[in-house]
Design a protein around this ligand. Structure first.
Ligand SMILES: *Cc1c(COP(=O)(O)O)cnc(C)c1O
Length: 361
């Protein structure tokens, strides 16, 4: 990431937007939040977007808003950030894990059916790295079993499946606006999207202590109000998101050419989908050695997720270590994320490719 370059690029507009929010002294759930919610709903092609305090809260509220609660099982993946699972637990439900498919590292629809029990309430796929899951297959399964389909779209602002954007592909969706995400705030922020008015209303209540009017609360909710400064920042960035995704798409294509003759397995785009390239995820023989080699030469890399969620010590008390997820374990061994962001040049990508070639000789 080069968040500083981005800030310097947007500085004038950003300072004006933040100053506007502060000058109005409407600090929470004010005009910027309302405008952001409208603009993001439009961007995703849905009726409602609801801002909240973080992506983790957005995941929890999307689940709870759609009716997931204690006693329910939610089918998800171990190949994700811990927040996906934490949100299920915070909603009082039980995560049930399935493996990923090896091509895009998304939830494997073929594994879902076997994980369904009478207590299953929802399927909660993660559009990992910005590549959409096979939502056709997942929708078919969820419809046939009467299950909710809820997207963890934290990596997938602007990704598309069959011409429809992430956020519009299930009953509800959660987005993180953590600073590193494709639509990142300068603090904490998240968004829930849905076409369902009842879900939208419930999420609005959950994020603000069930507030319906002054001194009146209709449910026990949370303090997860999106603040006006973050909303103002996000509106400036949202206006440029489509262009920024275009740029990442060109970078990904350039990477694919530059790295074609290396031993790395490169990510690709499933026909009918549009990747938004939150991360450029490769699979690398001798991953750890390559990562150290690149790091020594000033090239930062990532290993999302070196320790998959089902093997996190935090989740041991929930018995998730019982799951046997061979594709997830394989990915934990060899996934290497290469730099991919708006300000990366073709020269820099060529430089990364050169070092990768140097490493493998
Ligand atoms: C970042 C992320 C979240 C949580 O978002 P926060 O804004 O950090 O709370 C949830 N799920 C996934 C897959 C993420 O990457």
């Amino acid at each position: 990431m080069d968040l500083k370059a981005e800030y310097l690029d947007l500085r004038e507009e950003m300072v004006a937007a933040i100053d506007g929010a502060l000058t109005s002294m409407r600090l929470f759930l004010g005009p910027n939040v309302e405008a952001l919610e409208q603009e993001f709903a439009e961007f995703c092609g849905v009726k409602y977007a609801i801002g909240c305090g973080s992506g983790t809260d957005a995941c929890q509220f999307a689940l709870q808003g759609a009716g997931v609660g204690p006693g329910d099982e939610v089918i998800t993946v171990g190949w994700t950030f811990i927040a996906t699972l934490a949100a299920i637990l915070h909603a009082g439900a039980t995560p049930v894990l399935v493996d990923i498919e090896p091509q895009h590292l998304c939830m494997d629809p073929a594994a879902v059916e076997a994980a369904i029990t009478p207590r299953t309430k929802a399927i909660f796929p993660v559009h990992i790295y910005g590549h959409p899951c096979d939502m056709g297959a997942l929708r078919e399964i969820s419809d046939r079993h009467g299950l909710l389909l809820i997207e963890d779209a934290s990596h997938a602002h602007g990704a598309e499946w069959q011409g429809q954007r992430a956020g519009s592909l299930g009953d509800a969706a959660a987005f993180s606006c953590y600073m590193s995400k494709n639509l990142g705030a300068y603090g904490e922020a998240g968004l829930v999207t849905t076409n369902d008015e009842a879900i939208a209303e419930r999420v609005r209540l959950l994020r603000n202590h069930g507030y319906i009017s002054r001194y009146e609360h209709s449910l026990v909710g949370y303090n997860s109000r999106l603040d006006e400064i973050q909303a103002a920042v996000l509106r400036v960035k949202l206006a440029r998101l489509a262009e920024s995704i275009e740029k990442r798409r060109r970078q990904a294509e350039f990477y694919r050419q530059a790295l074609a003759d290396t031993p790395l397995t490169l990510p690709c785009e499933e026909p009918g989908t549009r990747h938004c390239w939150y991360m450029f995820n490769t699979r690398a023989p001798r991953r750890d050695e390559l990562a150290a080699f690149l790091e020594e030469r000033g090239i930062a890399t990532g290993q999302h997720y070196r320790v998959p969620a089902h093997r996190q010590p935090a989740l041991a008390p929930y018995g998730l270590d019982k799951y046997h997820l061979p594709e997830t374990d394989r990915a934990a061994e060899d996934v290497l994320i290469l730099p991919c962001h708006h300000y990366l040049t073709e020269g820099q990508i060529e430089g990364v490719a050169e070092q990768v070639r140097a490493f493998y000789g």
